[in-house]
Design a protein around this ligand. Structure first.
Ligand code: ADP
Ligand code: MG
Length: 730
């Protein structure tokens, strides 16, 4: 008789490759075919409507009611021609998922029906929002929240089976106007950054009218078979394994990285990439990651608003398409202990509407000063607000990953590479105060130019251990978790750099007023910034213990758990950069912190209950059953008259198993008490800290004893798929 684990393994071994590939189709044939993009807008909108939408996208102007009606009519015709029968406002509430509520186009009329979609329905909706987190902003009795159209991200058609729905990207706000989602603050932060960056850009480029933050994310994930997934309640309900002994062969050989992609996985990738391409998500790369069964995909970068939407859509698509292939995608930051976790590198840069990447060293000295200004200001911002960046990536999931197995530590630092270090050191020496008067601008500019070679791109990305690395023409924020909504960290990124650029401009202007040249003033301030920001720069091994010690000396924070990292959001510094700048109001920020604490508590609470259930109802009964078998064996040996010594091993094993079983039971009981007490504190921060300090420590205790049992209990009866099965069978 085989148990559910054995059956699952048999099922996986018998699986066939499922292919949904459109044979012979070129991506360009169907790319963005489900997006109401520029081409579709030109075809389906009047000139006036088209222009109004374009202006709204560029400048954030309001769209009049008549125009909204015209746009809605165009969108409806386009969507219906594509076979859509319903529409939804698509938004990103603070649950971390995306949300939608579908309405049909059809309306009964005169005994028949017509299809309608008005400007009102396009612009604003009032979903029954009582169950979305609001951090106390919106009491459930006044459960009103609004979704409002964001023309900056194009509408699209989501296909689910035979159903097709027109999805309209929106922001989600409370009845009183406070943001309740990830997108509204991101849009505000991007606008703030643009306003701060433009005056500096214009000192060099009079034609520039826009500065946008760009984001290219790299998404890591694990894939496992559906049958194995269903045999593990922890994977089903928390996304990670709460028990499981290390496999005999781990990732130590690293033969998976850039190795050939298994066929079943490849078929899956082709399938979800096709879905991505239809939705205009520019996925371009795929490869194996370091851990067994771990993979990565990445698109071409886009404007941050659209890139965030595309990443949310991607995660949704990956999950749906995996089910077609009898696979499950694990987006959790740390599904397997002792194996690499998953991140979502956020490649971030700034670009102008005149085609300049502000973090790319230019070919002329003039451009290089502009580049240097942005480069040094980013470093200064990261130094000033490193704690906020830490807070922006905090989640219960990511706590398991940061600082463990090839993931950046919880210490925020920046890597810039030896070329840029040399350049900055040279500036520091040459622009030293006492020598400033002798400084010839022409001379200095030329030198800097010579110092930034074109080959820099190939020379910067050597250090993979830094949480924030300059990679030649962008910064790569690697500490972001794989399941996170990028908007959270990108909002903070845009905010801190925006604030920094405002401060920079004030200082430069002061010097210019005092008679300095533009170049001289800039160089002087940049020099000072570099000197002040050195503590954040680290070129060594970020995974090493030595760095932890060194970082402590430098006064850099190393906060390893979310409830304490979230405290950074409540400091005066945080409010200066997030509230005074208008990105959040005080209430919004407080509510957000509240929700993040609550999410943490909920996560630990769920994991505690699942773990307790698994060990009590699955592990212990099997262990006891095996013990009984051993006891029978000992009795039998005695019955047939063998000496007591012949039962030595069995007796020892019985006592060992009994020891682990009792230890598990004891820890579970204590954890239950800790769970009951976790809500006794006053605030949601008290609760999350109690979960972190009083409940979570039992996870490891229970796990260690359970994993020890896994090593001795009869393999034929062990109920939970083992790591070697989860990671190596495909
Ligand atoms: P890798 O990190 O694998 O070597 P790249 O560095 O070329 O690959 O690109 C990684 C990601 O960085 C991609 O998503 C890419 O689109 C993105 N990227 C490249 N340039 C920029 C930019 N200027 N702004 C934002 N993201 C960028
Ligand atoms: Mg990269």
């Amino acid at each position: 008789m085989s148990n559910s684990r054995k059956k699952a393994v048999e099922t996986v071994v018998g699986r066939e490759v499922i292919s949904h590939r459109l044979a012979g189709a070129k991506v360009s044939d169907y790319y963005a075919s489900n997006v109401f993009n520029d081409t579709a807008m030109r075809e389906y909108l009047s000139d006036d409507a088209y222009k109004a939408v374009k202006t709204a996208i560029k400048t954030g102007t309001k769209i009049s009611r008549e125009i909204a009606d015209a746009v809605a009519a165009g969108m409806k015709s386009w969507a219906m021609k594509k076979g859509a029968t319903s529409y939804t406002h698509w938004f990103q509430p603070l649950t971390g998922l995306t949300a939608e509520k579908h309405d049909m186009f059809f309306m009964p009329k005169d005994g028949g029906a017509v299809e309608v979609f008005s400007g009102d329905a396009l612009v604003q909706q009032e979903p029954d929002a009582s169950s979305f987190p609001s951090g106390g902003i919106r009491a459930t009795f006044e459960a009103r929240g609004y979704t409002a159209w964001d023309p900056g991200s194009p509408a699209f058609i989501m296909e689910i089976g035979q159903g097709k729905t027109l999805c309209i990207p929106t922001i989600f706000i409370s009845y009183t106007g406070e943001s309740l989602d990830y997108k509204a603050p991101l849009l505000k932060a991007s606008h703030f950054l643009e306003q701060a960056a433009l005056p500096i850009v214009r000192m060099f480029d009079k034609d520039a009218n826009r500065v946008t933050a760009t984001l290219g994310w790299e998404q890591e994930y694990f894939l496992i078979d559906e049958a194995l997934y269903y045999s593990r309640p922890d994977l089903m309900f928390s996304g990670r394994t709460l028990t499981g002994a290390a496999p005999q062969k781990g990732q130590q050989f690293e033969d998976h990285y850039f190795g050939s992609i298994p066929e079943r996985v490849y078929a899956y990738m082709l399938d979800f990439e096709t879905e991505c391409h239809k939705l205009g998500i520019p996925i371009r790369t795929r490869h194996n990651e370091v851990a067994p069964s771990q993979f990565e995909c990445a698109p071409m970068f886009e404007e941050v608003n659209v890139a965030v939407d595309h990443n949310q859509l991607l995660m949704d698509l990956m999950d749906r398409v995996a089910k077609r292939h009898k696979l499950r995608v694990l987006l959790h930051e740390k599904p397997f202990a002792g194996v690499n976790g998953s991140g979502k590198h956020n490649n971030w840069s700034l670009s102008t509407d005149t085609g300049t990447n502000l973090l790319s060293p230019g070919k002329t000295p003039k451009n290089n000063l502009l580049f240097l200004a942005f480069f040094v200001n980013v470093i200064k911002a990261v130094n000033e607000y490193s704690d906020l960046l830490r807070a922006s990536i905090a989640s219960a999931n990511n706590d398991h990953r940061l600082g463990a197995n090839e993931a950046p530590p919880a210490i925020i630092s920046a890597f810039i590479g030896s070329y840029m270090t040399d350049v900055l050191n040279e500036i520091e020496i040459r622009v030293a105060k006492d020598k400033y008067d002798e400084l010839s601008n022409a001379n200095l500019k030329l030198d800097i130019h010579n110092k930034i070679p074109d080959v820099m791109l190939d020379n910067t990305d050597r250090n993979r251990t830094s949480p924030f690395a300059f990679t030649g023409n962008k910064f790569e924020f690697r500490a972001v978790g794989s399941s996170a909504n990028c908007a959270q960290s990108m909002t903070v990124m845009n905010a801190i750099v925006g604030k920094q650029l405002l401060d920079f401009k004030v200082e430069v202007d002061k010097l210019i007023k005092g008679g300095e040249t533009k170049e001289g003033a800039m160089m002087r301030v940049l020099r000072q910034y570099y000197t002040e920001s050195k503590r954040i720069l680290f070129e060594g091994d970020g995974y090493s213990e030595a760095w932890e010690k060194e970082a402590k000396k430098r006064g850099l924070s190393n906060v390893k758990t979310t409830p304490y990292a979230l405290d950074f959001y409540t400091t005066k510094k945080a409010k200066d950069v997030l509230v005074k700048t208008g990105i959040y109001n005080e209430r919004e920020l407080d509510a957000r912190i509240e929700i993040l604490h609550h999410n943490y508590s909920l996560k630990i609470d769920t994991e505690a209950r699942i773990l307790s259930d698994m060990v009590t109802n699955q592990v212990i009964p099997v262990a006891l059953g095996y013990m009984n078998k051993l006891i029978e064996n000992v009795k039998g040996l005695k019955e047939i008259g063998l000496p007591a010594a012949s039962a030595k091993m069995q007796k020892e094993l019985v006592s060992k198993i009994a020891g682990h079983v009792n230890a598990i039971k004891e820890a579970v009981d204590k954890m239950d008490t800790a769970l009951e007490n976790a809500h006794k504190g006053k605030t949601s921060a008290d609760h999350s800290k109690a979960y972190c300090d009083k409940v979570k420590p039992f996870f490891d205790v229970i796990r260690n004893h359970t994993d020890a049992l896994e090593a001795v209990v009869d393999d034929n009866t062990w109920p939970l798929p083992k790591y070697r099965e989860l990671l190596f069978i495909r």
